[in-house]
Design a protein around this ligand. Structure first.
Ligand SMILES: C[S@@+](CC[C@H](N)C(=O)[O-])C[C@H]1O[C@@H](n2cnc3c(N)ncnc32)[C@H](O)[C@@H]1O
Length: 367
């Protein structure tokens, strides 16, 4: 199908502006891949160590100079790296180095790998657009495991305890010693950080992905933790006996095939006065509210390329990444949670933290 327009129908300036925007988008897409190459190869770390020529930087990172020079051409013309023609020296400004190296929640370089990972699914995705169904989680592995870990590890290191657990009022409970499950724990870095910080509590990390759980076990062993285990489990089978005191779920609920059942199982696994901490995407459930949210296009695109389709692959609800606060609150209430508060996550504009409680023993007794 071709589109035809009568002469004068189009505003040429708008056509030009939009075409320019498209070139900009494609350029940014390719630059994202250059950033992924830079972080995988150690080029950014070499740049962060100090200015250098392409030969010096290549030697510093143990890379082929010709590739390094070409990649630096892209990064220089994009304004990511500064270049002094006199001497052929490249410099990564300190403000850029903070965002591209060093780990922690300000290091955004690992996130570039999401684009690389999801781009591989464009062909299969076009097929399910036509045929229905979805792309299963397994199609994204094993790379998904390390990419997801790279995205969340720095945030957990910097904010899990002080930016998420403590503002939720959970520190005294966890310090005293309670039973906790981290559902959809992935590589279990969050589980291990919690277990290390609160040695009197016991932690179990559940996930479907055996390779991710192996990472969690290896880290726990390395840290000498004896209060954490990792077990394969489909979350729709979350046991309610023995009861848990706290359940945490980081970036997990929206891509479930059956999120209503998972939330109900979480509710039923928690005893009276139990607490569910759910980190999930920060958005409205209404598209019109998300127009103008600079992060919304990213969330909808990640949804289409991953979160929505992995749910539909299991004949699931297909909530999508942008299920939004209104739907999340409704589903938490439907699952039986009585008291829900929502907070921002420091250093993370993409997520909110929901703290949902089950009814207290006293409230249940008075019913
Ligand atoms: C987006 S990742 C988040 C991983 C981790 N919480 C983090 O923040 O790094 C979602 C995780 O949930 C797991 N998952 C998805 N559906 C599941 C299910 N039904 N049962 C168990 N795990 C599930 C996936 O294997 C994946 O590791």
């Amino acid at each position: 199908m071709t589109t035809s327009f009568t002469p004068g129908e189009l505003d040429d300036d708008r056509v030009g502006a939009f075409a320019e925007r498209l070139f900009g988008l494609y350029t940014d897409g390719l630059l994202t891949l250059m950033i992924d190459v830079g972080q995988r190869t150690g080029l950014f770390s070499a740049l962060a160590a100090g200015p250098g020529t392409s030969a010096e930087l290549a030697a510093r990172a143990g890379l082929e100079e010709r590739y390094v020079r070409e990649c630096l051409g892209a990064l220089t013309t994009a304004g990511i790296v500064d270049y002094a023609a006199d001497g052929g020296v490249y410099t990564l400004p300190a403000e850029h180095a903070v965002c591209l190296t060093g780990g922690g929640s300000t290091d955004l370089a690992p996130m570039s790998a999401v684009v690389t990972l999801l781009a591989r699914q464009v062909g299969p995705l076009a097929q399910v657009f036509r045929d229905g169904g979805g792309i299963p989680y397994e199609a994204y592995r094993p790379e998904f495991t390390t990419v997801m870990d790279g995205m969340s590890r720095g945030l957990f290191d910097d904010q899990l305890i002080t930016g998420i657990v403590e503002p939720a009022g959970l520190a005294p409970t966890l310090t005293a010693g309670v039973a906790v499950a981290d559902i959809g724990c992935g590589t279990g870095h969050s589980t291990n950080l919690l277990a290390r910080t609160y040695p009197r509590s016991t932690f179990v990390g559940y996930d479907l992905a055996g390779d991710a759980l192996d990472h969690g076990r290896a880290e726990a062993d390395g840290w000498g933790l004896d209060n954490v285990t990792f077990e394969p489990l489909d979350l729709v089978d979350l046991p309610s006996d023995p009861p848990l005191d706290v359940v945490v779920a980081f970036d997990v609920v929206h891509d479930q095939a059956d999120p209503a059942t998972v939330l109900r199982r979480v509710h039923d696994a928690l005893g009276p006065g139990g607490v569910f901490v759910m980190m999930d995407t920060k958005a409205s459930s209404r598209l019109e509210d998300n127009v103008g949210n600079p992060f919304a296009p990213l969330l909808y695109a990640v949804s289409t390329l991953h979160c929505l389709t992995v749910s539909l692959a299991r004949d699931g609800a297909g909530l999508g990444t942008v299920w939004g606060e209104q739907t999340a609150r409704r589903m938490l209430a439907d699952a039986g949670f009585t008291d829900v508060t929502v907070r921002d996550v420091p250093d993370d504009p993409l997520d909110s933290v929901y703290v949902a409680r089950t009814a207290s023993a006293r409230a249940m007794a008075s019913r």
